[in-house]
Design a protein around this ligand. Structure first.
Ligand SMILES: [Zn+2]
Length: 384
């Protein structure tokens, strides 16, 4: 987890902070301040009330009042006296009880198996399970997810604060799936259906967006970054200036279906030559099948160049600091990544791309499970 300054910490409060300042109602202000305090404790660890007041720019009275509430909720605890601070009354450290509650998360990005976990509030897996999907789709798949989530909730060893789910498709802020063709879901209010059935708050978001949240909060990702997920399909999630980007139709990051080869291969979306038709893991494996090492490297570099051409305008428009590739390292972390980095550098102003890092993601196959926990942390605690 990257360390943040107090300014950085407050920037990391996704969404709720901005809305709370726009409407200055006491309830909103209190929730906003509570999130500021939790955000600081989550990222910086145990802190005295006085240091919390300094870091959050809240008054000591406000901080003490909030801490009393959080102590009563069991979300924080007093951890003894802070040492080595010279004169004056010794300060008592307050820390978040990150293992006193748990989060259930489900990764639906693979169309053959659903993976799930029970996680602590800092993203450590306590329980892991997986379940074969057996070509289920539509309502049948929703019932299967519900049963799977129920089993996970039952296996938690602490109270569960919520359920987070990363799923393919275009999914809005309320967790409604507008379109997920290969799951046969159209206009499906998945989050509210599951919230009703499970009796716990459920958050649902696009799997690539969830991956970006996971890398941002648990993988040390920067404040302005793009995560490109490469699997059976290709997706991308964006964090800009510390906030997740949604876009006009909640579809920000849909780079997988940008046309990159005129009259290219037919894509799952019904169009031709999408980025997904050259960059998906199956497409890359087909491309290098039977080739010797040098020829395979050259073939992967060719795709890396296409990726670089696709990314250059995105990186320039948003002045991204990092692009993370999430997927099979044997395909992505070599000539493909090098060629993409070189191509981006050739096609963008040095002022934009001088410090750009195009690197592999850090969380491997757990990225969606970790990111789905960030959905719940954000919704329930205001922590990101
Ligand atoms: Zn397509």
């Amino acid at each position: 987890m990257s360390s943040t300054t107090s300014a950085g910490a407050s920037r990391r409060t996704l969404g709720s902070g901005l809305r709370a300042t726009a409407k200055v109602l006491p309830e909103h202000t209190r929730a906003h301040n509570r999130a500021l305090v939790l955000q600081h404790l989550f990222h910086e660890g145990p802190t005295s009330r006085a240091d919390l007041a300094r870091a959050t720019s809240l008054t000591r009275v406000t901080v003490s009042d909030l801490i009393n509430g959080l102590l009563a909720e069991g979300l924080v605890e007093e951890l003894g006296v802070q040492r080595g601070r010279g004169v004056g009354k010794p300060a008592i450290l307050v820390g978040m009880r990150t293992d006193a509650y748990q989060i259930v998360t489900v990764d639906l990005s693979d169309d053959t198996v659903m993976r799930g976990a029970v996680l602590t509030l800092t993203g450590e897996a306590v329980v892991r399970r997986s379940l074969s999907v057996h070509d289920r789709s539509g309502d049948e798949l929703v019932s299967l997810i519900e049963r799977f989530a129920r089993r996970l909730i039952a296996s938690a060893t602490q109270p569960v604060i919520g359920v987070g789910i990363g799923a393919p498709g275009v999914i809005d802020e309320s967790g409604r799936v507008h379109e997920a063709p290969n799951r046969k879901w159209t206009d499906l209010p998945l989050a509210s259906l599951l919230t009703d059935h499970l009796g716990l708050p459920v958050q649902v978001a696009n799997d690539a967006d969830v991956a970006a949240l996971g890398e941002y909060t648990f993988g040390g990702g920067g404040d302005s970054m793009l995560v490109v997920t490469v699997g059976q399909g290709v997706g991308a999630g964006l964090v800009v200036d510390g906030s997740r980007v949604w876009g006009a139709n909640s579809a920000a990051g849909e780079l997988g279906h940008v046309t990159v080869v005129d009259d290219g291969e037919l894509c799952a979306c019904g169009r031709r030559g999408c980025l997904e038709t050259v960059l998906s893991a199956p497409a890359l494996r087909r491309r290098i099948e039977g080739l010797d090492r040098d020829a395979a490297d050259a073939a992967l570099a060719h795709v890396g160049r296409i990726l670089g051409i696709t990314l250059a305008p995105v990186i320039s428009a948003l002045n991204l600091g990092e692009v993370l590739l999430s997927g099979p390292a044997d395909l992505l972390d070599g000539s493909l990544r090098d060629a993409a980095q070189t191509t981006v550098a050739e096609r963008t102003m040095p002022a934009v791309s001088a410090g750009l890092r195009l690197r592999m993601a850090t969380l491997d196959e757990d990225v969606v499970l970790a990111g789905a926990a960030v959905l719940v942390l954000g919704a329930q605690l205001g922590v990101s």
